[in-house]
Design a protein around this ligand. Structure first.
Ligand SMILES: [Zn+2]
Length: 258
């Protein structure tokens, strides 16, 4: 298997896996989605809330804030504290604000310097004169199947597109005009300018009056698109998933032997 990085910036990773199979790609995708631990605020003690929002709505909004965290943090249910909660598996946040003001995600003060919201400009609530918000929040690691607030990323993949023409092609250029992403080159021969940008929509094939185009998918070349929506870098999401897969397979193999 070969890997080609196509894009790696702004929480987005696009890469191509060559000499692979759809089964392996889907296994990797599902592992990344369901088995990546990310950090989110899980419980909140609200001491004062005289804002316009109910406690439940506030808690929901706060839970969805994506948090940057260190990879040394453990899951509470796998920690030596046996689920009680300790500095190895929990991070506390304090929020204390009085109106008039707007409360942002950056106003959460963490007990751990390495843990903070990925962006500080998420509006939580607006406080008017004499309104107050005072709370203590606890963040823990979790995975997407437990709650959507622990979703690590949005992940999609597609097969590598290949555009071919038959002898009926008269280079009329209609396909190039109709391609929604203007990806078809008609200078010498009909071909894709950048195959990695093609979404396989098939518009070029549909509009060809001679029915001379075919758009095929090479299932041994798979293009992944990962957009992180958590405090994790997309590259780390992939690395974690490969480690999890390896560990699960090792466990299965041991169990079979015993
Ligand atoms: Zn612990």
């Amino acid at each position: 298997m070969k890997l080609k990085i196509l894009k790696n910036k702004n929480s987005e990773l696009k890469f191509e896996m060559q000499d692979t199979t759809p089964v392996f790609a889907n296994t990797l995708r599902r592992t990344m989605i369901t088995k990546t631990n990310t950090l989110a605020i899980d419980t909140i003690d609200i001491h004062t809330n005289s804002s316009a929002l109910y406690n439940e709505i506030l808690a929901h909004r706060i839970g969805m804030i994506a948090l940057k965290f260190k990879d040394t943090l453990k899951r509470t249910d796998e920690c030596t504290c046996k689920g009680k909660g300790c500095i190895n598996c929990e991070v506390k946040f304090i929020l204390k604000k009085s109106g008039p003001c707007t409360v942002y995600s950056k106003d959460f003060k963490s007990t751990d310097r390495g843990v903070k919201p990925t962006t500080g400009d998420i509006i939580i609530v607006k406080l008017l004169e004499d309104q107050e918000l005072n709370l203590e929040a606890t963040a823990r690691l979790g995975t997407w199947p437990e709650h959507a607030k622990w979703q690590s990323s949005n992940i999609g993949y597609q097969f590598y597109p290949e555009l071919e023409t038959s002898k009926d092609c008269d280079m009329c250029g209609i396909c190039a005009k109709e391609c929604p992403k203007s990806l078809i080159d008609t200078t010498k021969k009909i071909k894709l300018k950048d195959s990695y940008e093609c979404d396989l929509c098939g518009k070029c094939v549909d509009v060809c009056p001679k029915k001379a185009l075919t758009l095929t998918k090479d299932s041994t070349r798979i293009i992944f698109n990962i957009k992180s929506v958590s405090g994790m870098e997309p590259k780390d999401i992939v690395t974690n998933a490969t480690k999890t897969l390896k560990s699960d397979l090792t466990t299965l193999s041991k169990e079979l032997k015993s």
